[in-house]
Design a protein around this ligand. Structure first.
Ligand SMILES: CC(C)(COP(=O)(O)OP(=O)(O)OC[C@H]1O[C@@H](n2cnc3c(N)ncnc32)[C@H](O)[C@@H]1OP(=O)(O)O)[C@@H](O)C(=O)NCCC(=O)NCCS
Length: 164
């Protein structure tokens, strides 16, 4: 029997930033094109530049994880983040092993429990709404995420209570 490959989840390192930016852009182009137009996607992708992600990795208030299928920059397949009580980032490359997004989210939730958080919030993109519902998040309300260039991304504010 073949056991499906599982990408390793580990804390992000500063050197990961360029590969994280590539995954960020590939996730949006590969998985969000049905929900957002080219202008919205371009403004969204610009928020995941290598410089900005490197600053997030260095930020002690921001906990970032990556998934990797193998060594080197091309082995990186996903990223996730926790800042305060918010899931700040969750992106997987189109070729990531099935389940990578769910496992990254579980890593964020485990850390949240460890540091004593009782619940998490997030702004779900339209394309990710069904994914988050399946992961136990509930819709609070529709919202808009302002992006540079006067673009506003319609999203959905969601929350989940964490069992101890
Ligand atoms: C949302 C995202 C992180 C999910 O990660 P993923 O690696 O594709 O998801 P997984 O493979 O872990 O899927 C887990 C389960 O959710 C389901 N699922 C995944 N994406 C789904 C979607 N868009 N709609 C419905 N179900 C979905 C899978 O089928 C799987 O179900 P199963 O457990 O019954 O087999 C990923 O699709 C992504 O990067 N999207 C683009 C960027 C984005 O919108 N990020 C969220 C920002 S808020």
């Amino acid at each position: 029997m073949t056991v499906p490959a599982r990408d390793r989840i580990r804390p992000a390192l500063p050197d990961d930033a360029p590969a994280m930016a590539r995954v960020f852009a590939a996730a949006i182009e590969g998985k969000a094109a049905c929900s957002y137009g080219p202008r919205e996607r371009a403004a969204w992708i610009a928020r995941g530049s290598a410089d900005r992600l490197a600053a997030m990795v260095e930020d002690p208030d921001h906990n970032l994880f990556v998934a990797e299928a193998g060594p080197g920059p091309t082995g990186l397949t996903g990223l996730a983040g926790l800042r305060g009580c918010e899931v700040s980032l969750l992106y997987t490359a189109p070729l990531a092993a099935p389940g990578t997004g769910a496992r990254l989210l579980r890593a964020v939730e485990s850390l949240a429990r460890e540091i004593g958080l009782e619940g998490l919030t997030l702004n779900a993109s339209r394309n990710a709404l069904a994914f988050y519902l399946a992961q136990g998040y509930a819709v609070l309300r529709l919202a808009n995420r302002p992006l540079p260039g006067g673009v506003s991304l319609p999203v959905c504010l969601m929350a989940k209570t964490l069992a101890p």
